[in-house]
Design a protein around this ligand. Sequence first.
Ligand code: UN1
Length: 503
Amino acid sequence: MSSPRIFSTLGADFSAYAGNDLVIRSPRDGEVIAQLKAQTPADAEAAIAGAQQAFLAWREVPAPVRGELVRVLGEVLREHRDELGALVTQEAGKILSEGLGEVQEMIDICDFAVGLSRQLHGLTIASERPGHRMMETWHPLGVVGVITAFNFPVAVWAWNAALALVCGNAVVWKPSEKTPVTALAVQALFAKAVARFSAQRPNLVPSQLCGLLIGGADLGETLSRSAAVPLVSATGSVRMGRKVATVVAERLGRSLLELGGNNAMIVAPSADLNLALRAITFSAVGTAGQRCTSLRRLFVHSSIHDQVVAQIKRIYASVKVGDPLQGDTLVGPLIDQAAFDAMQAALSQARAQGGEVTGGERVDVMGQQSWYVRPAVVTMPGQTAIMHHETFAPILYIVKYDELGEAIAMNNAVPQGLSSAIFTNDMREAELFVSAVGSDCGLANVNIGTSGAEIGGAFGGEKETGGGRESGSDAWKNYMRRATNTINYSKTLPLAQGVKFDI
Ligand code: UN1
């Protein structure tokens, strides 16, 4: 294709993608920003085979040296943070501070992974046999397939790739077909990091260490089917995740899934409402409600319900819906018309189920080819059927509660289990919420919203969210294989379980 309009693509190489299978429009104004050829399953097979070769060499590079490559990647990302952030805004429509914030997440996970590259350690375990030692060692796994969604077009690759690379793996990335330009830009930045690293340490980075597949679901399917891909890490819809998990399970591979969220917050009578309102607003309208951690359900104690609803409506009427490139905009566009249609369908179902809708209408910001909306607040008579669905749009359902147990039960009653929060100054309520009988989600927060998780923690959730954990804590273990080694340094061969045996 010819060079995309408006923005810097950070030296991305489009020469291999001349064609028009994918027509990429900026959600900002609907203008076509790129037309690209889609790769084929045969291309995917070739990328996997190349990555497999790369893996065989990369696994022998000492982990702290692998960490050095990721350190340099973090350095390159720091240098290009503004341009890459702006590109994310152009292609995914997130407001500029969120585009930059996403690149910051990439930098943060690189830093985390560099530290980790000297800490990929196992245990020494007491053996029941005299003169024996047991230990656990962690080894590189192989080619890691990474499937990502449009809403975090670059950070999710980094969460996976930074860890996978220090763990000694190769990566093949299938980004969303809605955001291939940012993926190509990231690929170019990775190539820059490799060049800088290789100037100091020649011949260590194999050429196909990080592959990229531009195109449709058939490429994700090839990744999922390939026995040469021991781990597929997939972020996106439950429908996509179910397919990936089924195909990967059939060949007894591993999948790491980060799927839908339908996140709730409880606002208790003792809540600091100033904090709660800020948290509600950002969690519910940030990224135009298109984060998997977006706040979708709000349970407010009956004693403060009317007051909280009135304040939210006041705030919602004044948040700036506008051009995501403008500094004072809080709510940018939806990704496309399908997202707008899904939002309107959910709102009419909510009305049919007794909801009172405020907002939710289309706002004309940059013409008819882009889809901006005023975020919607919907007071509901109870947690009806529509509230069990994740609609990827800024819709906040609000339900009243009287007893905390009732609110926790509603929090847990949906099929998804990603993020959750309580606002309370009552320590018993806070502790109950994060206890074994509290929220059933992978993320359970106190006095902070549902979105904006830091990279240091393990990120992911339960039930239909898929059970995977990415990013911080010990999520790195997903990207390695564990070996238990028993070493006999005695002159006898004692058998375990008291078995007697002579030859
Ligand atoms: C996602 O929406 O897919 O917690 C990930 C957050 C971000 C990640 C969201 N750190 O909102």
